[in-house]
Design a protein around this ligand. Sequence first.
Ligand SMILES: [Zn+2]
Length: 282
Amino acid sequence: MLSLPGAPEHGGLPCAGDTPIIDVSEDSKLLHVLLSFVFSFPVALPRSLEDAFALISAARKYDMGPAITAMRALLLKGEDSLITEENAFRAYGVACRHRLPEEASMAARATLLRPMSIKTYGEDLHLVTGSDLYALSQYRYKCIEAICVVMAGITAGEALELWVTDPVEGTPCRAEYGGNYPRWLTGFFKALARDVLNEDVFPSAQSMDRWRFHGTLLSHCGLVNTRNGLYACAFCKGLSDNVFKLEHFVQTVQDLINVAIRQVRKSYVSLFTLSISTSTKL
Ligand SMILES: [Zn+2]
C-alpha cells in the first residue's frame, strides 16, 4: 500500500537494529494520523484547512485512498464542514498550494456564494497566484454561463411544465401568455438570468431565490384595475395556494442549477490542474 517509488532494498539504507530508516518530509503529527488509517487506532482528524490539505497531499503521495476519502468528507460535511462560505477563498488558495485540483474545485464552488472582489478576499489574496486566480475567475464565469443556459431552457418551457400543466381550477391566467406559459413566469426567469449575468445575484442554486419567486407570484396575483373593474388572476392564485407544488417547482429549478454547476466543476478540474502545474514551474 505504501508504494514509495523507487525505494531500494535494505542495502545502503541506515538502520535501527534490523529496521531500515527512510527519511520522509512529513512531520510526526501528520504521520501519526496517516498511520491510523493503516493500523486502525483512534485519532483526531485535522480541524484546520492547512492540516487537512497537508494530510490529503501526503495521502495522495502514499496512495492512501481511504485517508483521502475520509478527509474529503470532512471538507464539505454540513454544518461541520472545514470549507465554509467564509473561508472558501482561503481554502481554494491552500488547496492550490498543495497542488490538489479536486479539493481546489470543491473550494472554488464554495466561493460562488460571495462576490469575487479584492474587498471580499482581502489578505487571503497572498495565498493565490495569478494563474490560480484566473482559473477561479474562469470557473465562476462558466458557472454563470451554465446557470443562464438553465434559465433559458426553463423560459423555453423545459421545466415550466412542472408548474402549469397539471389541471388547476379557475380561469386561465389573466396576463398574456409568453409561449405556452404566463408571461410573468417567463419574465421572472429572464430577469433572473440577467441578474446572474450582471453578478447582482451570486451564481449558485440559491440564485433561484424562493422568496423572490413567491414575491413575483403574489404581486401577479394581486388585484389590478381593469376596464371591467378590479380583477385578480385566479389561475395563478390557485397555483400559489398549492404550497407543496410551489416548493417542488423551486426545488426542481435549484436541482437543475446544481447539476449544471457540477458539470462545470468536472470540466474545470483539468484547468485547475493545469493552473497549479504552471504556477509550480514559475
Ligand atoms: Zn396569472
